[in-house]
Structures are given as C-alpha cells and as structure tokens.
Design a protein around this ligand. Structure first.
Ligand code: C2G
Length: 129
C-alpha cells in the first residue's frame, strides 16, 4: 500500500487543487491531506474565506482523497509521514526544494502548478464584480 501525503490551505477549492490531488493520488494507492488550520493559515499570511471545517469537508469530498487531518505547524510533516507510513510527499512546484529535508524518510515530489488559477485570483475577480 503506497501512501501519498500532501498539505495545503485549499481555500475556494478550484481546478488547480483538483488537478494536483488527482495527480498525487495517481502516484500511489492512498492520498492523505493535511489541511491548514485557520490559525496556521494566519501564520502563513493567509486569511481564508472558508473555515478549516468547511475546507477540510470540501477536500474530503474529493474522490482522490482518502483522509484529511489538520495541519497546525510547518514542523509536523516529519511526524505525520512516520505516523501515517507515507511513502511519498508531494506538493505543487511553487514549493520546489522547500521540503527536500524529508528525503531521508520518503520520496519528495513537486508537481507542476496549474497556471492561471489561484484562490487569490478568484478573490480579485470577485471583488471586481
Ligand atoms: N496548487 C496548484 N495549482 C494552483 C494552485 C495551487 O497545483 N493553481 C497546489 C499548490 O502548489 C499546493 C496545493 O495546490 O500544493 C494547495 O495550494 P494552497 O491551498 O495554496 O496551499 P499552500 O499555501 O501552498 O499550502 O505546509 C505546506 C502548505 O500548507 C502548503
């Protein structure tokens, strides 16, 4: 059983998120996702529109996702990977190189971001309408 793990805010769930989760799921047999808590979001400098409860329910509704858990800190990844026996850590290419320190306990993969879409872009379009 090959377990893939990833993390993110996943606010205003959009096609970029879907395509990332789909590709990550194809790398293994199970995909587990750490969804950033509202508090951790603020530490990331993000103010999400939807709460952690709503964002995690939306991510969990994806057919590509098997399990969702809260992401509270930058540092919890190593412990999570060990706890969930994850074989692959994957994330979008905007993070390239940032999590190479995890390579001693799992495969680390950066997948191409989907161009032209982001939660920030959606907010900007909505604020203009
Ligand atoms: N993503 C993507 N294409 C986009 C937008 C996002 O592939 N157009 C990917 C990001 O690269 C990330 C995931 O979707 O892998 C979630 O993106 P965000 O919700 O912006 O999360 P982020 O702030 O990158 O959080 O500890 C890691 C952080 O929690 C990652």
């Amino acid at each position: 059983m090959k377990v893939v793990i990833t993390y993110g805010t996943f606010d205003l769930f959009h096609i970029g998120h879907v395509r990332l989760l789909k590709r990550l799921r194809m790398l293994g047999d199970k995909l587990i996702v750490g969804v950033s808590s509202d508090e951790f979001n603020l530490k990331k400098g993000k103010k999400s529109i939807f709460s952690y409860e709503e964002r995690s329910e939306i991510v969990n509704s994806s057919k590509y996702v098997d399990l969702v858990f809260p992401e509270y800190t930058w540092e919890q990844k190593r412990e999570d990977i060990i706890y969930y026996n994850a074989n692959v850590f994957g994330i979008g290419s905007d993070w390239i190189g940032k999590f190479d320190d995890l390579k001693d306990i799992c495969e680390v993969i950066y997948l191409e971001r989907t161009e032209g879409i982001s939660s920030t872009y959606i907010k900007s379009v909505l604020s203009l309408s």
